[in-house]
Design a protein around this ligand. Structure first.
Ligand code: UDX
Length: 484
C-alpha cells in the first residue's frame, strides 16, 4: 500500500513535513521511524533536533548517510553551555528550557525556510510532539496545520485527559496514604486503576501543583490539532483509542512504529537498522554472549534512557537477580546511578560470584536483544517504547515503573494484557528473586502463551492489510490532501 502511494505521488507534488520531537531518546526514536515511513511514501522530511542531540546522532549513527533525503535542522536546547546534559536533573532542566527557548527557535526556523525558499516551500504540515503544545501556536502563525504525535500509550493519554475530573471528583489530592485505593472516575478504567497506577507527575499531593496544572492545559491544547498520532495498535488499545477519538478530528494508531518501519524497509529492500535515532553507542558484544546461552534462559534488564537509581536500589536488584540463579544481561547507562559511585565501585564491595551469571553493558541494541532466542524475560521500567518492543518480541515482563506514563503501562501489562508482573513501588531483593523465578520458571508457560498472543496482534497490525498499516496510509492521504 505504501509503495503504491510512492508511485502515485512521484507524479504529483512532494509534500514537505516538519518533524519536531521532544529532545529525549524515547521521543526521537519513534519520531525518526515515522519520518522514515513518510519519506518512503515520497514526502520531504525536515527533522528538528537540539544541537547536542544532533551531534550525538551524527556520532553514533551517521544520520546524514542513513537519511540522505532528510533535512536535519538543529536548535539550541536553551541550557547553559556548562550544563552536564545528563544525570537526574537533566530532563527536568531540558523540559523547562524547552518551554522558553523552543517557541522562538521554531518561529525563527520557519521564517528562515520561508525567506530561503519562498512560502511554497514551507512545510505543509508539522508533526509536533504532544508535550510541546506551543508548536501549534507557531504553526498557526504560518498557517501550517499541526498533527500532534503523543509518544505515550492510549491508556495513559486517556488518563491525562481526566486530570481535571480527578480533582473535581475529589479523587486527588489523595485523602490518605492508601495507594491501593481504586480510582473510579475514569471511564473504561474503573476496575483497573489504583492510586499508585496514576501517571507519576507528582504523587498528586496538591491540586494546584504547577506540573499537574501544566499537564491539564497542555493536554487540552492537543485537541486543537488536525489529528493525533499514537504509537499503538487498534487491536491492543482499541477501546481507549475509540474514546480518544471523541476529542480529536482524527486519531491515527500506527504502531508499533519500530516494527512497521522494519517491515516496510524489508519490503522496499532499503537498509534498516534498529540503531536509528539512538543517542548512545551500542555495545554489540552482548549478542555474542547471548548466542552462547540456552533458549529463553536469560533475563534482560534495562531501565530506559531517563531514570536514575540509587546505589541501594542497584544493590537490591543485583542481589535479587543473583539469588534467582538466572542469567541476566543488564544495561547500566553511565548516568543511571545517582551520586559518584559507579557500578564497578558497587560490585567491588560485593562478595565475589554475585555477577557470575550476569553481563553488564552500558547500552544494548535493545530490539535485537529482545528478539534473541536466549531472552526469556524483561525486567523493565515500562517506558512505552520498551513495552512495545517487548510485546512485538513476545517477551513477558517484570515491570518496575518510576516516572510519568510508566505507572500506567505497567498496570496494563500486568492486569489488562497479562503479559507480566508489576513490581511497582517495591525494590527488595527477595521480591526481585521471587518475580524472576515466577516469570522464568513457575508461570513460564502461561506467560509465554499470553505474550505470544499479544505479539501476534502487534505483528498482524503491521502487515499490509493490518490496522496500523491502513492507518498509516490514511495519514499519508490526509497529509497529501492538506498540501493540495
Ligand atoms: C520515557 C517514557 O517512559 C516513555 O514512555 C515515553 O514515551 C518517552 O520517555 P525512556 O526512558 O526513554 O522513555 O524509555 P522507552 O520509551 O522505553 O525508550 C527507550 C528506547 O531506548 C527504546 O526504544 C529502547 O529500545 C532504547 N534502548 C534502551 C536501547 O536501544 N538500548 C538500551 O540499552 C536501552
Amino acid at each position: 500500500m505504501v509503495t503504491e502511494t510512492i508511485s502515485t505521488m512521484e507524479k504529483t507534488e512532494v509534500p514537505h513535513v516538519l518533524f519536531f520531537p521532544f529532545p529525549a531518546q524515547g521521543h526521537i526514536k519513534p519520531f525518526l521511524s515515522l519520518a522514515e515511513l513518510l519519506s518512503h511514501a515520497g514526502f520531504q522530511a525536515t527533522f528538528i533536533n537540539t544541537e547536542h542531540n544532533h551531534h550525538r546522532l551524527l556520532h553514533n549513527n551517521d544520520i546524514h548517510n542513513r537519511f540522505p533525503k532528510f533535512q536535519f535542522k538543529s536548535i539550541p536546547d536553551g541550557l547553559p553551555p556548562d550544563h552536564p546534559r545528563s544525570g537526574p536533573l537533566y530532563i527536568r532542566d531540558l523540559f523547562r528550557s524547552s518551554r522558553v527557548s523552543f517557541r522562538p527557535a521554531l518561529r525563527e526556523l520557519l521564517t528562515s525556510l520561508k525567506e530561503e525558499k519562498g512560502p511554497c516551500q514551507l512545510p505543509k504540515c508539522i508533526i509536533a510532539d504532544g508535550i510541546m503544545s506551543f508548536s501549534i501556536d507557531v504553526a498557526e502563525e504560518f498557517e501550517i496545520p499541526t498533527i500532534f504525535f503523543r509518544t505515550y500509550s492510549a491508556h495513559c493519554l486517556w488518563i491525562y485527559f481526566h486530570f481535571s475530573q480527578l480533582i473535581e471528583e475529589g479523587e486527588v489530592p489523595f485523602q490518605d496514604e492508601n495507594l491501593d485505593q481504586p480510582i473510579s472516575c475514569i471511564p473504561g478504567l474503573e476496575n483497573v486503576l489504583r492510586r499508585r497506577d496514576l501517571p507519576r507527575i507528582r504523587r498528586f499531593e496538591n491540586a494546584d501543583d504547577p506540573m499537574l496544572q501544566f499537564f491539564i492545559r497542555e493536554t487540552s491544547v492537543l485537541t486543537r490539532a488536525t489529528g493525533l498520532i499514537l504509537n499503538t495498535v487498534n487491536e491492543i488499545e482499541g477501546p481507549m483509542i475509540t474514546r480518544l477519538g471523541s476529542f480529536f478530528k482524527k486519531v491515527y494508531a500506527i504502531g508499533p512504529l519500530h516494527a512497521l518501519k522494519s517491515r516496510i524497509n524489508e519490503n522496499s529492500s532499503s537498509s534498516s537498522t534498529s540503531s536509528d535515532g539512538i543517542l548512545w553507542k551500542e555495545d554489540k558484544k552482548c549478542l555474542k554472549w547471548l548466542d552462547s546461552k540456552p533458549s529463553r534462559s536469560v533475563l534482560y534488564v534495562s531501565f530506559g534512557s531517563l531514570i536514575n537509581l540509587s546505589g541501594e536500589q542497584i544493590l537490591e536488584l543485583l542481589h535479587g537477580l543473583a539469588n534467582s540463579e538466572k542469567s541476566f544481561l543488564w544495561v547500566i547507562r553511565p548516568d543511571l546511578i545517582v551520586g559518584d559511585a559507579t557500578i564497578g565501585d558497587i560490585l567491588k564491595e560485593q562478595e565475589t560470584g554475585r555477577m557470575e551469571r550476569g553481563l553488564i553493558v552500558s547500552w544494548a541494541p535493545q530490539e535485537e536483544v529482545l528478539s534473541h532466542p536466549a531472552i526469556g524475560g524483561f525486567l523493565t521500567h515500562s517506558g512505552w517504547n520498551s513495552t512495545l518492543e517487548s510485546i512485538v518480541a513476545g517477551v513477558p515482563m517484570i515491570c518496575w515503573p518510576q516516572i510519568s506514563d510508566q505507572q500506567v503501562n505497567s498496570r496494563c501489562v500486568s492486569d489488562i494484557w497479562k503479559v507480566g508482573f508489576d513490581m511497582k513501588d517495591t525494590c527488595d531483593r527477595s521480591i526481585v528473586e521471587k518475580l524472576v523465578r515466577e516469570l522464568m520458571d513457575n508461570n513460564r508457560e502461561e506467560m509465554m502463551e499470553s505474550a505470544n498472543k499479544l505479539a501476534m496482534l502487534a505483528r498482524d497490525s503491521i502487515k499490509e492489510d493490518g490496522s496500523s498499516c491502513i492507518n498509516l496510509e490514511k495519514l499519508i492521504q490526509d497529509i497529501k490532501s492538506m498540501s493540495s
